[in-house]
Every structure is written in C-alpha cells, then in structure tokens.
Design a protein around this ligand. Structure first.
Ligand code: HSE
Length: 422
C-alpha cells in the first residue's frame, strides 16, 4: 500500500474537518483509493479547541511545514498573498499542493500553475469550487472529450441557503447568521453575499472550460443584498424564483462571464436546488446538458474534495493535467453593457390615477417593450407595488431607465432583477 505524507497548513474549520475525515474514513480511503494518507505535520498558529491533533507534530510557523519530509502541502490558511507565498515555497521545494482556496487560484492561478509545471509538481483544487461536489475533475477529465459551450449555476452555498430560506418566508439577516453558525459562510460573509465568492468560482471554471486567464479580465459581479422577501412571491406568481447565478458562456468568439441574482423559471432544474446546495448546468457537444448538484460548503463536503485530490495525487504520476494553458485566454470577455436581458422591475408608486400611464409612456419613449405589468395589493400609506416585466433590452440602457422611472412624480422606490433566458 502506498503512503502519502501530508503537511496541513492552517488549523481552522476546514483543516480540522480534513483531519477528522481522514481519521474516520481511513479504511475506506485505503480500500477505494489504494493509499494510506498520513498527516505528518500541521502548521497551526494556535490550538483549536474543537480538534485534538493527538501526537501529530505541530509547527507554529506554517512555513516550517515545508521543511518536513512530506509529499504534499495542503494549504488551508485562506486569504491571498500569504497563501500565494506559501504555495510558491512548497512548489519550489518540490512538494505537491492541494488547496481549497479559490481566491488564491483566481488571483494567481496562471502564475502558480506555470511554476508547478516548471518544478514537476501538481496543484490540485477540487474543493475550491463547490467544495466536495466534483466539478473540477469532471471538467478536466470526464468531459475532456467535449466542447463545453456554457456553464451556469449557483456556486455560492451561503447565497443559495439565504435565498431559498427567503423563498420560504425567512428574513435575510437571521438566515445569514444561521449560515455562519453552520460554517458555510466565508470569514468575511461580504464575499458570499456580495457575489465575490461565486465570481472566483466561475472564473476558475471558465479557465478550465474556455482557457480564460487567472486572474480573468474584469467581469460583472453583483450580490444578493438588494433582494427582498416580497420579490419571491411576485416572481413566483409569474412562474419564476430568484437565484444567484454565475455564468460562463461562449457567445460566438467571445465569452459572457457574469455573477448576479436572476429570475429563473420555476420549471428549470436549478430552481429546485435549495439550501446550501450548489448546482450547475453544463452544455456540451457530445453529451448535451449535464446537471450536477451537491453540498457546496461546510467542513465535511470540503474534506471530501480535499481527500479526492490526495487520492488522485497518489494514483497519477504525469503532470500533464495542469491547468496552465499559456499566457493568453482563448476568448475575450464580452463587455457586460452589451448584453441583452429581460428585467423584472418592482416599482413602489402612489395609488392615484395616471401612474400606470406615466410608467408605460416613459417605457415607450425609451423604446423598451413591456411583456406584463400588474398592480399588486396596496402596501398601506396609499402606496402600491407595480410589477413590470420588460421585453429584452440592452444592459447599457438599464441604469438610465431605472433612474428615470424613479424620477417620475408618483414613484417612491424601485428595484430590478435580470431574468435569465431559458
Ligand atoms: N462560503 C462558501 C459558500 C464556502 O458559501 O459557498 C465554499 O466556498
């Protein structure tokens, strides 16, 4: 039986989860993976009361882990610049690297993969996207013979957890707190709810599927903080729900890359994935559409992805499966303002004659068609919500239209959400 000697850097939620999962499932890992995983050293700046590492050697300086006789450094410190430094040091000391750190791969992937290739070692990062739900190896290996044209889905477990709870009537703040307590959220939850975490993940998937660079060119990112509970009931009346979607899609010879909330049809596969689950739809030429879904955050799911990388490492020698594809991405990222969407508008207006007319005539003057417009039950204070679904129009006209609608005398508040085409 082969042995893979591991040094873990970091001793937080994810690292202790890995330690416990290796301990718990070591027989299974030996049977299924044909490898004995041994944790020889842990780089822990401080003890973690939630996990006793037993007799495992502890280094207080995480960089000292690399000095040990180990095959692989598992980087679980998070953050970007120190993690980059640690990975570079591991690589130049000829250690393989396994990481769950999407931010460091997103910002420095090309540099790190190139360096790994030059040093004859690997960087594996299955858990960086959707935790243990297997998407990285799926794209790199199982779908290697396919031309992928689109990847879209929910890549942030915390956002999906919050939105699907709001769909059931929960409040945003209490649900975020619950996600934090369950260990789904990032140390700074702004990364989850402002869309950056999903953006990191779609950037990485785009690099795998379409050869875009890491870091990618700037692309449009918006989070879920402006979504209100009432938007769900209005959306549902029209056959939609609301999800945070990340999309990478070939559009002729350019790439659509974006991460933002969207109304999606209730009968779509993604609409039914609730809670912390991540879900993706992948369009391919040979198999057609593939759906993959599973837990995308949390200690155990992340440990599962990390262990799959460690097993993979011990069973493959060649380094040809590195991500690095040269200095240039194949597809330029399309300017978001040139994309076309249908929009959902929530307009809070005074309940008086002529309001609808003022809205529809403004829309007509802007040459934006209306698919439907409905006045809902009064909110009190002589105020009514008006729900408007537009025909498709260009993103570049969206902000101006919203501003002009808000400037109408009788309009008190407005918000909008893009509608994802089927
Ligand atoms: N905070 C992340 C999420 C964890 O909610 O999906 C996994 O990246």
């Amino acid at each position: 039986m082969k042995t893979l000697k591991i040094g873990i850097c970091g001793w937080g939620n994810v690292a202790t989860g890995l330690f416990k999962a290796i301990e718990k499932n070591s027989n299974l890992i030996q049977l299924n993976g044909g490898v004995n995983l041994t944790i020889d050293v842990i780089g822990a700046r401080r003890d973690n009361p939630k996990c006793n590492p037993g007799k495992t050697k502890i280094e207080r300086d995480i960089f000292d882990v690399i000095k040990h006789d180990i095959d692989v450094v598992v980087e679980l410190i998070g953050g970007v610049e120190v993690a980059r430094e640690l990975i570079i040091k591991a690589i130049t000391n000829k250690k393989h690297v396994v990481t769950a750190n999407k931010a460091v791969i997103f910002h420095h992937g090309d540099e790190l993969f190139k360096l790994a290739q030059e040093n004859g070692v690997k960087i594996l990062f299955e858990s960086a996207v959707c935790a243990g739900t297997p998407i990285i190896k799926l794209l790199k290996e199982e779908l290697a013979a396919n031309k992928v044209s689109k990847i879209s889905g929910m890549l942030n477990g915390t956002s999906n957890f919050i939105l699907s709870n709001m769909e059931e009537g929960a409040e945003f703040d209490s649900t975020l707190k619950l996600a934090q307590d369950k260990g789904y959220a990032e140390p700074d939850p702004a990364f989850d709810i402002e869309g950056m975490d999903a953006a990191h993940k779609i950037g990485i998937l785009s690099s795998l599927a379409f050869g875009t660079s890491l870091p990618p060119e700037d692309f449009f990112v918006e989070g879920i903080t402006k979504i209100q509970k009432s938007d769900f009931s209005y959306a549902m009346d029209m056959g939609y729900t609301i999800k945070h979607l990340a999309v990478a899609k070939i559009n002729e010879s350019s790439l659509e890359l974006r991460a933002h909330p969207a109304l999606i049809s209730l009968d779509s596969h993604l609409a039914n994935l609730k809670g912390v689950r991540n879900g993706m739809e992948i369009d391919t030429d040979l198999i057609g559409k593939i759906h993959i879904a599973g837990s995308g955050a949390g200690q155990e799911s992340t440990a599962s992805g990390l262990i799959s990388d460690l097993i993979h490492l011990s069973n493959t020698n060649e380094i040809s499966d590195q991500l690095y594809k040269g200095d240039e991405g194949k597809y330029p990222v399309l300017d978001f303002s040139n994309l076309v969407f249908q929009y959902y508008f929530y307009i809070e207006a005074e309940d008086k004659p002529g309001v609808m007319a003022s809205i529809t005539s403004l829309m007509a003057s802007k040459e934006v068609g209306i698919e439907s417009i409905v006045q809902k039950e009064e909110l009190g204070d002589s105020c009514v919500p008006i729900i408007l679904i537009t025909d498709p129009f260009k993103e570049s006209d969206h902000a101006e239209l919203q501003k002009e609608l808000l400037n109408l005398d009788s309009v008190r508040a407005i918000r909008s959400i893009r509608i994802e085409a089927k």
